[in-house]
Design a protein around this ligand. Structure first.
Ligand code: NDP
Length: 417
């Protein structure tokens, strides 16, 4: 619910704090009136460079079970490329009560003010934020899975008050401990993609040692964690990428082999003529042959999907009998088509997955704290780089993850161990 400006500002003496530092004149527990934020508005939806603009916005108060976190660093994800574009849906349809969208579904920061019912966290705690929000009241939240809640949303995508601002408003269940050995920007870089990859492979696919896993976009935000989880569990990961540099990167992360997709012509556009489709299928069979070579003559029994239209028919084709194709996204297009005979004749399963719940996020975060999984941060940008970072992602001109410094003054700060 929106809070009237007069209520928000009634007991606030500080107008606004400076970016790039933890303020000395504002104690945890009290908030300034306004904050700097990167904001998308409906009338400027389009390419990120145009959609993201800086504005000063009133700082919200926490509800009873909510927490206001001072954002030290924010992580960039593909979801706010979609938010900028207003496609495939406008984020303003998800939060019609607000005419601003402060995106950002990854952050590290300091708990600054807690709501009346918050017990597990206190001002001053250093945290990382997972992006799944739900009502917390319904039977699904309290016995099945918060992802099954009918009010489930992704913070900083389907809600405003995300991490692209000096302060963010979250549910207390969204907080996990910040790993002490990581900097603010490293801590802000992993939660959304890593926790999603964890749910996909560990819970949805029940990945075991010896499984053979095909990881699309293996050098991307999800892929780098898909590869590392396979290695940790003892599964064999073959990663697909689009350049020789990225091949080396994923081999270093633990892939048993890397394939450059540019060596194949299996990409599906949905507009193929009959001849083109026959040629495409031939390429997909050639790709399957290479996969069998890497998996000791076998086909992948898990396919890690998020590319969508361009790769999905190939994913269904190459997956083993009784294998699983787990999908969380569709970067190349969400209208998927494939030859369903490849599915039913060999009894393969397609599993939709989305984000991760607090239990999964905490378990996955523990592996980072124990240094068994590592963030892959390719670039850290200052606050001013927000729109450009999203533009770069839109143009697929990035590898791994990008973090943005917010209240952290420089790279490398925040390590306490
Ligand atoms: P990235 O952009 O970091 O990585 C995606 C990778 O996909 C790219 O690095 C690229 O790798 C590859 N790719 C792009 N186009 C194609 C293509 N035509 N064919 C094959 N590969 C392609 O994004 P993320 O990993 O962060 O996210 C991937 C998708 O998953 C996004 O659409 C995102 O919105 C979604 N997602 C969904 C989540 C959920 O909970 N539902 C959570 C996280 C992400 P290369 O060029 O090297 O092959």
């Amino acid at each position: 619910m929106a809070i009237a400006e007069t209520d928000v500002n009634s007991d606030r003496t500080i107008e606004q704090i400076s970016l790039g530092q933890v303020p000395t004149d504002l104690q945890p527990g009290s908030l300034p009136k306004k904050m700097r934020a990167w904001v998308i508005r409906r009338d400027r939806e389009g390419e990120p460079r145009q959609a993201f603009q800086q504005e000063d916005i009133e700082v919200p108060e926490p509800g009873a079970d909510e927490v206001i976190v001072m954002v030290m660093a924010a992580g960039v994800n593909f979801n706010n490329v979609w938010a900028a574009l207003g496609k495939p849906v406008s984020v303003f349809d998800s939060h019609p009560e607000f005419d601003h969208h402060i995106g950002g579904s990854d952050a590290s920061g300091i708990v600054w003010k807690v709501g009346a019912d918050v017990k597990r966290w206190k001002p001053g705690d250093e945290v990382v934020i997972h992006c799944n929000v739900s009502c917390g009241e319904c039977p699904e939240c309290n016995g099945l899975d918060p992802l099954a809640c009918q009010w489930q949303k992704i913070w900083g995508y389907e809600t405003t008050w995300g991490s692209f601002a000096q302060f963010t408003k979250v549910q207390s269940q969204q907080l996990v401990a910040k790993p002490k050995h990581l900097s603010w920007e490293e801590s802000a870089s992993y939660a959304l993609t890593y926790f999603t990859a964890y749910r996909m492979l560990i819970d949805q696919c029940e990945m075991k040692p010896g499984d053979n896993v095909l990881v699309w976009g293996a050098a991307g935000g999800l892929g780098v964690f898909g590869i590392q989880l396979c290695k940790l569990v003892g599964a064999n990961a073959v990663g697909v990428v689009s350049s020789e540099d990225k091949k080396q990167m994923i081999l270093d992360l633990g892939a048993v082999a890397a394939i450059n997709r540019k060596d194949y012509g299996f990409e599906r556009t949905g507009k193929e003529t009959e001849e083109e489709e026959a040629a495409r299928l031939k390429e997909a069979y050639r790709f399957r042959k290479e996969l069998r070579g890497h998996f000791g003559g076998k086909e992948p029994n898990i396919v890690f999907e998020h590319v969508g239209q361009a790769t999905f028919p190939t994913s269904v084709l190459v997956c083993s009998r009784f294998g699983k194709i787990v999908i969380v996204g569709a970067t190349s297009g969400y209208q998927l088509d494939f030859d369903v005979r490849h599915l039913w004749m060999r009894q393969k399963r397609i599993i939709g997955s989305h984000s991760a719940n607090a239990f999964e996020a905490t378990a996955a975060n523990q592996l980072i704290i124990e240094k068994k999984i590592h963030p892959v941060l390719s670039e850290t940008l200052p606050w001013e780089g927000m729109a450009e970072a999203h533009q770069k992602m839109y143009e697929n001109a990035h590898a791994g993850k990008i973090s943005i410094l917010v209240q952290a003054g420089a790279e490398g700060q925040g390590r306490t161990e």
